[in-house]
Design a protein around this ligand. Structure first.
Ligand code: TRP
Ligand code: ZN
Length: 863
């Protein structure tokens, strides 16, 4: 927390100021005497002076005080060391010393969930990015790599399981019902990858044999009752291990790999070496409690954390400005893994939807930053969609330009060259240039410039010559008034409007200048443009395509993403036109949806995606001034027309997707997805049986996808069944926190007029708590992306969110700070709303004792 003085100007960390560490710590021994109220941590560091200098040893510390400081076996008096802003400073005479410290911790009082904390009777740690300094004094920076030996001692009854990184090397019994375990991790690692877990856990065990024959013992550790929900995660883990061998040639490197699920967690999961710790929502899945989307998220996050073993752990980051080195690359890897496991087309659509929903607004607002930032106040605030998702798109562009074989040569060189090192984004680019044989000179701007490039594509046809005029623009972002042209790999293909067939092969147009024209010769028929196929570059594209061109592409494009995109563009153009006051022509959209529903070649999951209207938020992103009520009205009007205009089709699709019994397969998942979409459309028509149909699905569902699909539909409406279903859902799942989160978020996402009041009431519900990040995100996080509910004209939504942020900041600044960005979008709204949003932000900034996490987000959002 900041005191009143420093609150005005918390210090800024700059990338340019990077200096190698003064001291290295090749070895560390940690000895934990664990207890919820009072844990003792003894650390023994072998330190080595790095380079020729006289500077003292400086060890980071946060909220800890040394009980003892000893150097080379001699206990130091209080005059031989000092504390400087939490850091322990010890002048040392030689170049190598053995430094010992002891601190006391109170895990049960640690509400920040950083460092050593208690969650549901367990003790666990979270160190990334700077949590290790809350456990012991240490140079807590990712370029200090150490070999860890960890001994834990605890009460056997309360904490029968004691886990840490690496391999187990010993266990034993002690007096008074206590016991101990020791672990050793042979791979030098930065402190952010340290972890321990102590608690009463049960394990789902399995084995994986690597391609070189190493037998790895796998364990997923959960509370006893959750054990039956761990099989999906285990299957995903094994699939990930095999995939990384096949696709990247990367093998696992320890004899054990453990995963622990915890209920209180600030993020999704954490890749600690050999001991991944997960938010339980990304481990636990069974048909009764998890939706198909949850199953996919479990597999995706398990893969993500596993892949970090190479992209993050074996090769780590030199400093936190390089965060996208591990996160962007690892997201790219998990995206490709998931694409290989199921429908690649649908996965790409989901990833792009996520990028547009979370990252494009970031790039367009006050918190915009490059994927390699230049400065930060609090690094936790930079675990953003830009670092993760745009970072993944940047890696993907390199893969597109190189092609699979050359891309693989690039990653091979990167892993070989930097194994065991703390590397930079530049190191990755250099390895890719050399290994893949690419010139990435100008491409490096993706690491430097923030903002989403906008491409204007104009197709003209004169006789048999087609010219594609391309222009790119990049708007100013905070601190970057002038921008240079970016390298944009655009996959382009033309289609013959008459025949519906492609006109020639696809071309990869790598745009490098502000304006450029691409010419296609010998085009006999009228050409229709398919551009940025597969979303090959993370840009927005404006074209001179007509509604009938878009409808044509939605039926004929051979790139599934482009086909989806054409439909979305058609819907978006229709809606934006309607909002601007024109008389909307809904017919082309309805016709295109009819076609899509009738196409037997399409898989149902794809159809379900393609026939969904863009979200209210996405529509807002395409308006000069966001008018939430007009957007809602226009979208609902179109939704109703699609519903009534295609009622027979929706009924048929609904019936066609009906299953006798739950099955977990791609096909069955696709059917469930389309069924819920069909139900949603049937429900917005005024069909008299709609609520009964939804309620019937709710009651008879044998899986959570169908049950929640029906509940979501009912929660949007006004029927008597709505409250009955919400009540029944609550009664059934009141003891299951993860499912209760769905109960909260479903209501927070409701399109009803009274959602704001419902959300405020839910924040006073006995089951709402600020202590659990999942619960906070389920209510306040979901509410803040419900555009119309959040942006009521009176500003009560803003005040509500600000209240939550201020209250949460006192116990968990990291999670509180993540709720700030929706308020920072005030420039996008009309004067009245903008003033109220700023007022809420100002009230947050003015709060005494604010954390630097929230201070950074709120103060930057005001600018
Ligand atoms: N490295 C983690 C991941 O991407 C992210 C993470 C987990 C994290 N816990 C955190 C980031 C706490 C900041 C704070 O999988
Ligand atoms: Zn990650």
């Amino acid at each position: 927390m900041l005191d009143a003085l420093s609150a005005a100007a918390p210090s800024v960390i700059r990338r340019q100021d990077y200096r190698p560490p003064d001291w290295l710590v090749p070895e560390i021994e940690l000895d934990f005497t664990l207890d919820g109220v009072k844990s003792r941590v003894r650390a023994v560091l072998q330190v080595e002076r790095n380079g020729d200098h006289r500077r003292p040893l400086t060890l980071d510390g946060d909220d800890i005080t040394p009980e003892l400081v000893r150097v080379d076996g001699v206990t130091l008096g209080g005059d031989a060391w000092s504390l400087d802003d939490g850091r322990l400073v010890v002048p040392l005479p030689g170049s190598q010393h053995r430094v010992e410290t002891e601190v006391l911790l109170s895990p049960e009082l640690n509400t920040q969930l950083m460092g050593l904390y208690a969650s549901g009777g367990l003790l666990c740690t979270q160190c990334e990015a700077e949590g290790f300094r809350r456990i012991t004094f240490f140079p807590d920076r990712p370029d200090v790599l150490s070999r860890y030996t960890v001994r834990m001692e605890a009460d056997r009854a309360r904490y029968p399981v004691l886990l840490s990184n690496g391999d187990p090397v010993g266990t034993g019994e002690l007096a008074d019902g206590r016991h101990w375990a020791q672990w050793h991790d042979p791979y030098p690692k930065p402190s952010y990858l340290f972890a321990l877990v102590a608690g009463d856990l049960e394990v789902n065990r399995s084995e994986f044999t690597t391609r070189s024959g190493r037998v790895v013992e796998l364990g997923i550790w959960v509370r006893k009752d959750d054990l039956p929900k761990t099989d999906h995660a285990m299957a995903a883990l094994k699939a990930s291990m095999a995939w990384d061998e096949q696709v990247y040639g990367r093998e696992y490197d320890l004899d054990v790999f453990n995963i622990v699920a915890v209920s209180d967690f600030n993020f999704g999961a954490m890749e600690n070496k050999g001991l991944n710790i997960f938010n339980s929502r990304y481990i636990l899945a069974d048909p009764d409690t998890a939706t198909d989307a949850d199953y996919d998220a479990v597999a995706g996050v398990v893969a993500h954390e596993y892949f970090h073993n190479w992209s993050g752990n074996r090769v780590t980051c030199r400093d936190w400005f390089q965060l996208s080195l591990k996160e962007g690359f690892t997201v790219y890897r998990d995206q490709c893994f998931s694409a290989d496991q199921g429908s690649a087309a649908v996965k790409r659509i989901e990833d792009v939807r996520m990028l547009r929903a979370a990252q494009f607004p970031e790039d367009a607002g006050p918190l915009a930053h490059p994927i390699r930032p230049d400065s930060y106040i609090e690094i936790s605030n930079f675990y953003t969609a830009t670092i993760y998702n745009k970072g993944a798109e940047v890696i993907r562009m390199m893969a597109v330009m190189a092609g699979p074989e050359r891309f693989r040569r690039g990653t091979d060189l990167y892993f070989e060259r930097h194994d065991g090192q703390a590397a930079t984004c530049d190191d990755f680019i250099a390895a890719m240039e050399e290994g893949a044989g690419l010139d990435l000179g100008q491409f490096r701007r993706w690491y430097e410039q923030a903002g989403t490039p906008r491409v204007t594509a104009t197709l003209t046809q004169k006789g048999s010559t087609v010219s594609l005029r391309l222009e790119q623009q990049l708007a100013a972002t905070p601190g970057q008034p002038d921008k240079q042209p970016m390298v944009l790999p655009l996959r382009v293909r033309l289609f013959n409007e008459r025949s519906g067939e492609p006109l020639g092969e696809e071309r990869l147009v790598v745009m490098t200048v502000a304006e450029q024209t691409v010419v296609f010769e010998n085009v006999a028929d009228r050409a229709v443009l398919s551009i940025n196929r597969g979303f090959s570059a993370p840009v927005t594209v404006e074209t001179n395509r007509t509604p009938s061109d878009l409808a044509f592409l939605s039926a004929h494009d051979d790139d599934p993403f482009a086909r989806y995109e054409a439909m979305q563009q058609l819907m978006l153009d229709t809606l934006v036109g309607a909002i601007a006051g024109g008389t909307p022509d809904h017919a082309p959209v309805i016709a295109a949806i009819r076609n899509t529903l009738a196409d037997p070649a399409l898989d149902k999951a794809f159809v379900a995606e393609a026939v969904l209207l863009p979200s209210e938020g996405f529509i807002g992103d395409h308006m000069l001034v966001v008018d939430p009520d007009a957007i809602h009205a226009a979208r609902e009007a179109l939704r109703r027309e699609i519903a009534t205009g295609l009622m027979a089709e929706w009924r048929a699709a609904y019936a066609d997707c009906q299953a006798n019994r739950f099955e977990y397969s791609s096909k069955a998942k696709g059917a469930r997805r389309l069924r819920s979409v069909a139900l949603g459309y049937i429900a917005v028509s005024d069909a008299p049986d709609a609520a009964a149909l939804a309620f019937g699905q709710f009651e008879t569902a044998d899986n959570m996808t169908d049950r929640q699909g029906a509940l979501g539909t009912l929660a949007n409406g006004d029927s008597a069944e709505r409250l009955t279903a919400l009540g029944a859902f609550y009664d059934r799942y009141r003891d299951n926190a993860l499912v209760l989160d769905k109960w909260f978020s479903t209501q927070a996402l409701s399109l009803r007029d009274d959602t704001l009041d419902q959300v405020i009431a839910l924040s006073k519900h006995a089951d709402f708590t600020l202590a659990n990040p999942n619960r906070v995100r389920a209510l306040a996080g979901a509410f803040a992306v419900n555009q119309r509910a959040f942006h009521t004209e009176d500003g009560r939504g803003y005040a509500f969110l600000a209240d939550i942020i201020v209250a949460l900041d006192r116990i968990n600044p990291q999670t509180a700070a993540r709720l700030v960005p929706p308020l920072g979008r005030w420039r996008r709204f009309g004067e009245g709303r903008a003033a109220l949003m700023r007022q809420a932000l100002q009230r947050i900034v003015d709060t005494p004792g604010l954390s630097k996490d929230v201070y950074e987000q709120a103060s930057k959002s005001l600018v």
